[in-house]
Design a protein around this ligand. Structure first.
Ligand code: SF4
Length: 203
């Protein structure tokens, strides 16, 4: 693997490879309502105090890294739980704006985080959770072989794209409505109205 990339690149790549390349190859970033809300939620999670809560040790803002996957990042929260044999097992919890998604974007990012922790600590992590802002509840994520395969494949594709500085072509879709980089991706399109642009693109 080439240089390490931020964990968030996994989610960006799955959401839209072009968006991922704009951020991690071209190094551009624009805030919109969605990214601001997400950042605030992370800040809130990170500003909490580490310690014991409800009988569980809770660490916040835990740096994670995997040389094998070529990823680094910060886990919002890692709870230390005990498995059936009494061994301590990390349980990562990620904070996300919005609601649970059908697609695996967020689940894969959390799984990548767990795979980093496994490599760092020499443990096996079977599950974690994502806390969504709407509704304010946790979704449990099982780190099964299918999800791990997705992470492995995305990491290979992601590093290949960044190493070769590839900027994939735009593939317009519903995802563009929530993208903060529409103007960077297709300058002038927002002025025409995203709806008409999407319609033209889909046609
Ligand atoms: S506007 Fe659409 S195609 Fe362009 S980067 Fe954003 S999501 Fe991808």
């Amino acid at each position: 693997m080439p240089d390490t990339l931020p964990l968030s690149a996994v989610q960006h790549y799955m959401y839209c490879p072009r968006q991922c390349a704009l951020i991690h190859v071209e190094k551009v970033w624009d805030e919109n309502r969605f990214t601001s809300e997400g950042r605030l939620l992370h800040l809130r999670a990170d500003s909490g105090v580490s310690g014991r809560r409800g009988g569980v040790d809770v660490d916040r803002s835990v740096p994670v890294r995997s040389a094998r996957l070529g990823l680094y990042g910060v886990a919002d929260v890692v709870e230390i739980r005990s498995d059936s044999s009494g061994r301590e097992v990390p349980y990562p919890v990620e904070y996300k704006r919005g609601s649970p998604k059908l697609q695996d974007w967020d689940r894969a990012q959390l799984c990548a985080q767990a795979m980093c922790l496994e490599e760092m600590l020499g443990v096996s992590i079977a599950e974690g959770a994502i806390f969504y802002g709407k509704p304010r509840r946790r979704e449990v994520v099982l780190f099964d072989s299918a999800l791990r395969d997705v992470v492995e494949r995305v990491c290979v594709a992601l590093h290949e794209m960044v190493k070769n500085a590839v900027l994939p072509r735009a593939v317009p879709g519903q995802k563009c409505r929530g993208c903060s980089l529409t103007e960077r991706c297709m300058p002038g399109k927002r002025n025409r109205g995203v709806a008409s642009y999407l319609k033209a693109g889909l046609e």
